[in-house]
Design a protein around this ligand. Structure first.
Ligand SMILES: Cc1cc2nc3c(=O)[nH]c(=O)nc-3n(C[C@H](O)[C@H](O)[C@H](O)COP(=O)(O)O)c2cc1C
Length: 332
């Protein structure tokens, strides 16, 4: 079965991408993912805060990495302790050793000089760049339009710094997701990751303090990204990667039917190890074998808004039907 796909203009052997996670800072882990058949990998993010706290002398970071082979020595510290130089070394080593595209990731919330670091990621060999725009608009006086502009500004300055494809890992918190998606593409994004997973805090009732335990996603979480992949597929110009809630091949198949060009997973890999890549791909092939097709391309987007004749389940009618159905099923 032909599973090849195109994402951000990159040819992938299959649509499965290991999204950014700390394990992707380890070369052994990246090699295992490659051996298990992953389509591409996203490295852990370099954060705006790390870059602003550092030297800011991006020219000398780049020169040091290019000239001093010791930068390619084993990386120390945890992935989020990775200094920007080590990050560049990670890209170089991953590019030298992996057979699949290596996507670097930048995580920030406002445009300033840190975005120039993107050029170093490109120089180090990254095949593409993922921009994680994680911003919580805590100021009730900040209008939605200003928040949207903030995203476009960061994208604009990263876009100016690099020629490689750029994807935006966007949150689902816009009043018009479709409009924002189109504006991001017009603003220079070659693709969108649907969606960034924001981590909300909880309250610890014993200690009376905020707790922020990181819970891995479950398959229940696919419905929001699934809806938006289906609504956007074929209607915005950039590539679409679905992200969130992959536990088994079932979710991968659903995202592809909705119209995703690629499907990302972190939780499944963190839970089960790189071996799950093989399981997910085998499950995808098994499902495709039940269909009268020879390639993934033939089923992609067949359940998208654009391709379905009947849209009821994607709009308010679905809500009404569900509530009515629930009411009659539970009436005594
Ligand atoms: C421990 C951990 C670390 C992560 N680090 C990053 C990161 O550096 N950059 C990023 O964009 N996303 C990061 N993510 C988010 C994942 O890339 C992914 O978007 C999220 O886990 C949802 O996908 P999933 O349901 O497949 O886990 C991280 C997630 C986890 C669980």
């Amino acid at each position: 079965m032909n599973l090849t796909t195109s994402y951000l203009g990159l040819r992938l052997r299959n649509p499965l991408i290991a999204s950014a996670s700390p394990q992707n800072a380890e070369l052994d882990h990246l090699r295992w993912l490659d051996d298990a058949g992953i389509g591409a990998v996203v490295l852990p993010s370099v954060f705006q805060e790390q870059l602003e706290a550092g030297t800011n002398d991006y020219a000398s970071i780049g020169a040091a990495c290019a000239e001093v082979p010791e930068f390619l020595a084993p990386l120390d510290g945890g992935p989020y302790g990775l200094i920007p130089e080590s990050h560049l070394a990670l890209i170089m080593r991953a590019k030298a050793e992996l057979s699949v595209p290596v996507i670097a990731s930048l995580n920030g919330a406002s445009a300033s000089h840190w975005t120039r670091y993107a050029a170093l990621l490109e120089e180090a060999g990254a095949d593409a760049l993922e921009l994680n725009l994680y911003f919580v608009p805590v100021d009730p006086l900040e209008p939605g339009a200003a928040v949207e502009q903030r995203y476009l500004d960061v994208l604009g300055s990263v876009r100016q710094a690099v020629k490689i494809p750029v994807a935006v890992k966007m949150p689902p918190y816009f009043s018009s997701i479709g409009n924002m998606a189109s504006r991001l593409v017009k603003g220079g994004a070659d693709g969108l990751v649907i969606f960034n997973r924001y981590l909300q805090p909880d309250i610890d009732l014993q200690r009376l303090e905020l707790s922020s335990e990181l819970e891995l996603s479950s398959a229940r979480e696919i419905r929001l990204p699934l809806l938006w992949i289906a609504l956007l597929a074929g209607r915005v110009e950039g590539s679409l990667a679905a992200s969130g809630g992959v536990e088994s091949a079932e979710q991968v198949v659903k995202y592809l039917l909705a119209g995703a060009d690629a499907v990302m997973t972190t939780a499944a890999i963190l839970r089960e190890g790189p071996g799950c890549v093989h399981t997910l791909l085998a499950g995808l092939e098994d499902w495709l074998d039940t269909q009268p097709v020879e390639s993934l391309e033939q089923i992609r987007g067949s359940m998208s808004w654009l391709r379905l004749k009947k849209h009821d389940n994607y709009v308010r009618a679905n809500y009404l039907q569900l509530i009515e159905g629930f009411g009659s099923a539970h009436r005594s």
